[in-house]
Ligand binder design. Structure first.
Ligand code: NDP
Ligand code: PYC
Length: 336
């Protein structure tokens, strides 16, 4: 048996039931299940239903506050803050989203800080939702110190994703979302689960030697993508979504975890820009110029980021998804 086929609704019910069974409050369970289903639906398996194992483990270890109530505040005219109270990030984001959109439309630009949230998810659902609302969006979050800076072998950075969304004239937004490490840690974990080696440039073992053994990298250090360039971007993410918003760096997050192996605790920064702010009535003209750039990419056979994801989404909506048998077994075993 290679996999278990499920509709997205069956997957959603399963994820919610397992999260509720682990003791997560209903509003969190709904928001968290939705991002896992979205990940599986779009073929992002490192942040799909596999994350149920991660989230339930964080609940069981007491890393996350299962019934945290996000608290919304307005530190300045264009700033929104949500204190997640140690709960998962999804409900905190949903709490801050309406005010972020409203402020971006009023001021031309606005930023939302999520503080004190446990983060295990991909960022593209958030920037995609903002771009669907007509806004240009950026999102950043640190994680745990697992990644060595370029030129070193000691972990300092998290896997620190950067996500960007741009509304398009016809069709879904232009979105990219990637870790500033060579790859997300979840991808290395999936290789370990499947007993597969990883490419020889993803990370080093505890002695700083390059290795293809995923377990050795997980206990050694991951590498940034693009050498010193990825390293600088990883540092930028630490600063923007750590000290700038009064929250933890990846080193502080892993210290706080104290060896429990839970998901990272800390902050996330989301910036939303209303293109009408700069452009007013000239917006359609300049949107058309952006479309010309997209056309110049796809016109030569290159693909846009998210094209694979949107194609996977179309298939999943029609046919459901196939969950690997060993993952399904482990999910079914959750909560005893
Ligand atoms: P990838 O290296 O696979 O890069 C993903 C991005 O690059 C996607 O936008 C993808 O689009 C695009 N892309 C991939 N290949 C191509 C190509 N050939 N041409 C054009 N675009 C391409 O992902 P990562 O492993 O770096 O990250 C995966 C996920 O992990 C992200 O969603 C990230 O948010 C999440 N993550 C979350 C963290 C957290 O702390 N919360 C930490 C680290 C990562 P497409 O999807 O269409 O393939
Ligand atoms: O895959 O690197 C990762 C990750 C960290 C936190 C959430 N995902």
């Amino acid at each position: 048996m290679t996999g278990i086929r499920m509709t997205l609704d069956e997957l959603r019910q399963l994820a919610r039931a397992k999260l509720l069974g682990a003791g997560l409050a209903p509003a969190h369970a709904e928001a968290v299940a939705e991002t896992m289903v979205a990940g599986e639906r779009d073929g992002c398996t490192s942040h799909g239903i596999y994350r149920l194992l991660v989230a339930v483990s964080s609940i069981d270890k007491g890393v996350v506050v299962p019934d945290a109530e996000p608290v919304l505040s307005e530190p300045a005219r264009a700033l929104v803050r949500v204190d997640g109270g140690g709960g998962f990030a999804q409900l905190a984001f949903q709490t801050g989203l309406p005010m972020l959109i409203e402020k971006a439309r009023t001021n031309g630009i606005a930023a939302l800080a999520l503080n004190n949230v446990v983060h295990f998810a991909a960022l593209w659902p958030e920037v995609e939702e903002l771009a669907e609302a007509g806004l240009v969006a950026l999102a950043f979050t640190p994680s745990h110190a697992w990644v060595a800076p370029s030129g070193g072998a000691e972990p300092v950075f998290g896997t620190n994703p950067i996500a960007f969304g741009w509304p398009r004239l016809d069709g879904p937004p232009f979105v990219f979302d990637f870790a500033t490490s060579m790859v997300a840690r979840g991808e290395i974990e999936l290789h370990r689960r499947a007993g597969k080696r990883v490419p020889d440039n993803w990370g080093v073992d505890a002695e700083g030697r390059l290795t293809t053994d995923p377990a050795a990298i997980l206990s050694g250090a991951m590498r940034t993508f693009g050498g010193h360039k990825g390293s600088a971007l990883a540092a930028m993410v630490e600063l923007l979504a750590g000290p700038l918003i009064g929250d933890m760096t990846s080193r502080e997050s892993i210290e706080w975890d104290a060896g429990r192996g839970g998901s990272p605790l800390g902050g996330e920064l989301i910036i939303a820009i209303d293109p009408k702010g700069f452009l007013g009535d000239l917006l359609p003209e300049h949107q058309a110029r952006a479309e010309a750039m997209f056309g110049a990419i796809t016109g030569q056979g290159a693909r846009l980021p998210s094209a694979r994801r949107y194609a996977a989404r179309r298939v999943s909506l029609a046919e459901g998804v196939e969950i690997p048998a060993d993952l399904y077994r482990d999910v079914m075993a959750l909560n005893g």
